[in-house]
Design a protein around this ligand. Structure first.
Ligand code: ZN
Length: 413
């Protein structure tokens, strides 16, 4: 069977519209899309960019093109018409020893400080957003929007009361867990499997306190049983800040259609992710995996690698693509997930969380300058400007507004 015919059948089997297969956009389409984005409020719900703030040589005001370590900076946000988003305090999951918990506590606080330092250093370019309405005001003032989020609750294990401090310092979105189980929740991807069968008692207390404060809960990375606990426990909707569709690629990190419908029925939102390994099986050969690790090690290791080495890293990866090619998700695959989510829950329950600077991005969608392709694709599908506005920010801000209204009515300051 010719390949194109096969992909057509696959697209039909997956319920994807044929337009999802045509991702070559004309200059006119992209210009129209960018113009619309400039009028709308555009937010990405999962920016791992704070991980770069302390990286030697990184400057958020400078352009870092063709650099494997960077996909987001101020000049490229302007070019891609991205107004801002949720800037993540991400923490690696440690070994759960007392020493690891203290190291994670310190790491989270330092990352928070780095975000606040960025805001303090560039008050004319970036501004902290605290309420759902702040984002539009900040855009109108000509600045980029910075909501603060936390990916992995491990910095709170040693002292959960720090959540109140984080909230005062601007935290507005919280996920419980990352690649492996922790004291709060089971991860979708822990090789050991379930430990708590959802949220632990401490995890339940944590999310209830977050809800009391008006912090939105983020389910991405947690297990399906955690989803079920959140759906039962929470009096407000919640989101998945960067996730994809299990019906398209059966990965534990993705959400199945029944839970997608439950999420939407509760008023929640799934923000579509561009991390290739969640869009299809990208597992590299052992040789390729080793070669990538060797390359990274030769350049000094990912953490703390000076930003200029990212150019060499990008060149090295391109050379590996020639010598030891590996299967990669494409922009087509991304749009198949996006189309499926839109088909299942509709445009009021889907948003955008690409995982920039955290492993997201695809050929043809390599950094934030490519974002108008998303809008062009939505326009091709015939979505209205109002629907596109909701996808770009209205939906996630609706959830935040509900969380904050609930907190205001229930006694939190
Ligand atoms: Zn993530």
């Amino acid at each position: 069977m010719p390949l194109c015919r096969l992909s057509l059948l696959l697209a039909l089997a997956l319920g994807a519209p044929l337009s999802a297969q045509a991702v070559d956009f004309t200059q006119a389409e992209l210009a129209r899309a960018k113009a619309l984005q400039q009028r709308l409020l555009t937010l990405d719900s999962h920016l791992d960019t704070p991980a770069n703030l302390a990286r030697p040589g990184f400057d958020i005001l400078h352009r870092h093109d063709h650099n494997a370590l960077s996909q987001v900076d101020y000049p490229r946000m302007l070019e891609g018409a991205l107004d801002g988003g949720f800037w993540a305090i991400y923490t690696d999951q440690g070994d759960r020893s007392a020493a690891a918990h203290l190291a994670e506590r310190d790491h989270g606080l330092l990352r928070l400080m780095e975000i606040r330092e960025m805001l303090a250093a560039h008050p004319d370019r970036f501004q902290l957003a605290l309420t759902a309405d702040d984002a539009a005001r900040i855009k109108a003032a000509g600045k980029r929007v910075v909501y603060i989020s936390m990916e992995n609750g491990s910095p709170l294990v040693a002292d959960p009361s720090l959540l109140g401090f984080y909230h005062k310092a601007g935290l507005r979105l919280l996920s419980t867990v990352h690649f492996a189980n922790n004291e709060f929740a089971d991860s979708a991807t822990d090789p050991k499997g379930a430990e708590w069968k959802g949220l632990s008692p401490a995890g339940k207390a944590l999310v209830q306190e977050a809800v009391r404060l008006g912090i939105v809960i983020d389910h991405s990375h947690a297990s399906d049983a955690v989803f079920d606990d959140l759906a039962t426990l929470l009096p407000v909707p919640f989101i998945l800040s960067h996730s994809a569709a299990k019906a398209v690629f059966d990965h534990p990190r993705n959400l199945d259609d029944a839970r997608l419908r439950q999420l939407a029925a509760k008023g929640g939102v799934i923000q579509v992710n561009a991390y290739g390994g969640y869009l299809l099986d990208e597992t590299p050969s052992p040789e390729r995996k080793q070669a990538e690790e060797d390359l990274e090690k030769r350049l000094g290791g990912w953490d703390g690698m000076p930003i200029e080495k990212g150019v060499e890293l990008a060149r090295g990866m391109a050379e590996l693509d020639q010598r030891l090619p590996r299967r990669r998700a494409t922009l087509d695959d991304f749009f198949v997930h996006f189309a499926h989510l839109l088909d299942v829950v509709g445009p009021d329950h889907v948003g955008i969380g690409m995982d920039w600077d955290g492993g997201g991005g695809l050929p043809g969608m390599t950094d934030v300058t490519d974002l108008p392709k998303i809008t062009a694709w939505l326009q091709r599908r015939g979505l209205s400007d109002a629907q596109i506005a909701n996808i770009w920010s209205g939906n996630v801000l609706r959830v935040m507004r509900q969380a904050q209204d609930y907190a205001a009515k229930n006694g939190a300051k």
